[in-house]
Design a binder for this molecule. Structure first.
Ligand code: IPE
Ligand code: IPE
Ligand code: MG
Length: 249
């Protein structure tokens, strides 16, 4: 039995966001260094990307490194950055073959030139990929993103290109890193933690949240299908009543 059979592909979430958590605990339970868990997590990334693309999900956002993660020990941060470059080197051809384009969101100015160049290069050479967009949130936090948007909107107002009275939700949206993406309908977090950790606070306003105890290195295609099947059982009311939803069906 696979959860894939339970999924109605005509009602897929267009955009799924994932907080990939639990690598450190996964390694700790095996008496290994945290970085070993991060390395094992790459397999889960590959499976999740494949599962999403094969199902027909259009946008997949993976939270890879938060603004707060810069506060981790230096050796863990640099090992994560090395792993990022290594993964880009290894997986770029697969992205091209699978017709997937890469986008990165976050404060890239904090990354080393080497990591930044590698990211830009991969984004450039995968840009024609039209099957799915893979968005990696790197050096990302939602409060950083929203503050940046506010700052840029303020400049537009100051320079007379935008009137303060015209600012609405669409305006804010247009200044976010995700301005070209629909909001995620489903957000998955692994490792049993039930929090958002500064991820897509604006964009997740009406997302269905799915939490699993699985640690990220153990997460696979079946787990992704299970989350999507669970999502499809939910009633999304957007403030309306159940009866109103039934009447519109
Ligand atoms: C997620 O796993 C990966 C990153 C945040 C980079 P963690 O490293 O947070 O693993 P735990 O939560 O300590 O188990
Ligand atoms: C969130 O995980 C960030 C990523 C998965 C990249 P953390 O493990 O850093 O989150 P907290 O600190 O436990 O909330
Ligand atoms: Mg964690």
């Amino acid at each position: 039995m696979t959860f894939k059979n339970q999924i109605d592909t005509s009602r897929l979430p267009q955009h799924v966001a994932v907080i990939m958590d639990g690598n450190g605990r996964w390694a700790g339970r095996r008496g290994r260094e945290r970085i070993f868990g991060h390395h094992q997590g790459v397999r889960a990334v590959r499976e999740t990307v494949e599962a999403a693309a094969e199902l027909g999900v259009r946008y997949l956002t993976l939270y890879a490194f938060s603004t707060e993660n810069w506060n981790r020990p230096d050796e863990e941060v640099s090992a994560l950055m090395d792993l990022m470059v290594e993964s880009l080197n290894d997986e770029t051809q697969t992205l091209i073959d699978k017709n997937i384009s890469l986008k990165v969101i976050g404060d890239l100015s904090r990354l080393s030139e080497n990591v930044r160049n590698r990211l830009f290069e991969t984004m450039r050479i995968t840009s024609a990929g039209s099957r799915m967009k893979l968005i990696v949130a790197l050096s990302y936090s939602s409060r950083w993103e929203i503050s940046e948007a506010c700052r840029r909107i303020a400049v537009e107002v100051k320079e007379g290109r935008l009137s303060a009275g015209d600012i609405n939700e669409e305006t804010v949206n247009a200044y976010l890193e995700t301005s070209d993406l629909p909001d995620p309908e489903l957000m998955i977090r692994t490792s049993g933690e039930k929090r958002i950790s500064n991820f897509l606070l604006w964009q997740l306003a009406y997302a269905e949240l799915y939490f699993t105890e699985k640690l990220w290195p153990d997460f696979g295609k079946e787990d992704f299908y299970k989350a999507v099947a669970d999502f499809q059982k939910r009633e999304r009311r957007y403030g309306r009543t159940s009866e109103q939803i039934a009447d519109n069906r």
